[in-house]
Structure formats: structure tokens, C-alpha cells
Design a protein around this ligand. Structure first.
Ligand SMILES: NC(=O)c1ccc[n+]([C@@H]2O[C@H](COP(=O)([O-])OP(=O)(O)OC[C@H]3O[C@@H](n4cnc5c(N)ncnc54)[C@H](O)[C@@H]3O)[C@@H](O)[C@H]2O)c1
Length: 250
């Protein structure tokens, strides 16, 4: 896959999937613009590459839109591939619904849904004018079934990302823009997820792996590979779709 000269924007690129996605595009010739709240992590992503970084809080919608404007100005044209990857559980853990505060609920929606909306809204006009574009939203297995995290807002927000993906595919399709979502299974991208996995008994780990056809957890590169496919010319007639990348998990 060759992305030479394409302008690619990736959110949440300081670690995990976002880092693998940004670096994979850069390795294939893209002009990559990456953002995240974590400046040090972003620097690690960009190290040894030409990836252009910007550190800010994506829940600030005006700042998110300004980032898009900056990418367009620096590249001299529209964003050609937008990857809305930033998201997550915002440090939360599952608890009974009656114990969830407004702030906890809102914090997850602000990042997983509102930031995806804000960045896409800002990028869409130039993409439409170019009559070409690719948008890939990173959702989750929690976009189509309950979440093992037991976090209500996480599951609800990822379902919302799927809905936004489908709606925007209908709206932007006439402009030559595809909109799809990659739905990853569990990948131990950070210490918190690793610690949760390590705390599980050997029996529970074996049960979890037994429910994955390929018998292993995913890796960040697995998610990056699927994202690049959906952004490539090979996926030019695929839109409004969810691609689970979970090793065959049912
Ligand atoms: N790792 C998994 O098992 C898994 C599974 C399914 C879906 N996902 C989704 O994949 C995406 C990437 O997950 P991950 O595990 O690589 O990393 P993650 O979910 O821990 O974090 C993603 C990135 O978002 C950044 N971020 C957090 N808050 C931000 C903010 N306010 N503004 C800007 N950036 C912010 C973080 O610094 C991090 O670099 C997320 O949307 C996540 O929900 C992950």
C-alpha cells in the first residue's frame, strides 16, 4: 500500500493504536499530522519520522477545529485520510449504574463521541470540495455488544461512534468520501490494561483466549493494518461498515 504524498491526520497518536497507525502511514510515504494530549508520547511517535505533532486536549472542540485548519494550511489542501482514534475509558472502571456521576458519563462521551464529531465536522468541507476522502473511526467491540469493561458510557459511546460512522457514510458518500469504523478487540496497549490482564487468573485468561478463534490477543499493528486497508484505494467501494479486528471473537 502506497500513501505517498497523501495528507493523513491521526488523533490520539501518542501510544498504542494511534502511534502504530501514524507510523505505518508515514512508512508508506504519507504526510502525517498527529495530535494527542500527551506531548511526550507524541514526541516518541514522531521520533525518526517526519510526522508533525500537536499536543492539546481534544475535548476542546474549538482547539480541535483549529488543529484541522492548521493541518490544511500546512499541507496546502484537504485532509485526505482522517483517523479518529483518540478515545478510551478516561481512567474509569466499571461500577453500578447508580454510582456513575454526570462528570464520569460526560468525560467519556466528550472524548469518544464529541471529539470525533468535532474533528470530522472541521475536516469535512475541504474533503467535500476535493470530492475525495477517507475517514476511519476507531470504535471497539463495545460498538456492537456489551463491554467487558462494564463501563456504561464506554459501551454507549462506542455504539454512538458506529452510528455516526453509518450516518456520515450516507451523507458524505456522494462527495466521494468513505466513512468506516475499525472495531478492535482487546489489545494490551498500556500498563493499566496489562495490569488488568495480569490480575486475571490463568483460567480466566485461558477462557478469554479460548473465545478468540486465532487464540491470541491482538497487537497494535493488527489495528493499524486494518485502518490502512480502509484508507487505501483497495477499499474504495467500502463505506458505512464496521470491521471487527479481534482474531475472530464471537
Ligand atoms: N486497547 C484496546 O484493547 C482497545 C479495544 C477496543 C477499542 N479501543 C479504542 O482504540 C483507541 C485507541 O486505544 P489505545 O488502547 O491505543 O489507547 P488509549 O485508549 O489508552 O488512548 C488513546 C490515546 O488518546 C489520548 N487521549 C486521551 N485523552 C485525550 C484528550 N483529552 N485529548 C487528546 N488525546 C487524548 C491518549 O493520550 C492516548 O494516546 C481508543 O479509541 C480506544 O477506545 C482500544
Amino acid at each position: 500500500m502506497d500513501f505517498t504524498g497523501r495528507t493523513v491526520a491521526v488523533t490520539g497518536a501518542a501510544m498504542g493504536f494511534g502511534r502504530a497507525i501514524a507510523r505505518s502511514f508515514a512508512e508508506r510515504g504519507a504526510r502525517v499530522f498527529a495530535c494527542d494530549i500527551d506531548a511526550a508520547g507524541l514526541a516518541g511517535t514522531a521520533s525518526g519520522t517526519s510526522i508533525v505533532t500537536d499536543a492539546f486536549d481534544l475535548t476542546d472542540r474549538a482547539r480541535a477545529a483549529a488543529w484541522v485548519r492548521g493541518v490544511e494550511a500546512a499541507s496546502g489542501g484537504p485532509i485526505q485520510v482522517l483517523v479518529n482514534n483518540a478515545g478510551g475509558m478516561r481512567g474509569q472502571h466499571g461500577k453500578p449504574v447508580e454510582a456513575v456521576s454526570d462528570e464520569e458519563w460526560d468525560a467519556i462521551f466528550a472524548l469518544n463521541v464529541d471529539a470525533t464529531f468535532a474533528v470530522t465536522r472541521a475536516a469535512a468541507p475541504a474533503m467535500k470540495a476535493a470530492r475525495r476522502g477517507r475517514i476511519v473511526n476507531i470504535s471497539s467491540g463495545a460498538a456492537f455488544r456489551p463491554s467487558r469493561t462494564r463501563i456504561q458510557a464506554y459501551c454507549s459511546s462506542k455504539h454512538a461512534v458506529l452510528g455516526l460512522t453509518r450516518q456520515l457514510a450516507m451523507e458524505l458518500g456522494p462527495f466521494g468520501i468513505t466513512v468506516n469504523t475499525v472495531a478492535p478487540g482487546l489489545v494490551l496497549t498500556d500498563a493499566d490494561k496489562q495490569a488488568t490482564w495480569d490480575a486475571m487468573s490463568a483460567e480466566r485468561q485461558a477462557f478469554a483466549l479460548g473465545n478468540i478463534a486465532l487464540g491470541r490477543l491482538g497487537e497494535a499493528q493488527d489495528i493499524a493494518d486494518a485502518t490502512l486497508f480502509l484508507a487505501s484505494d483497495m477499499a474504495k467501494f467500502i463505506s458505512g461498515q464496521m470491521l471487527p479486528v479481534n482474531g475472530g471473537s464471537f
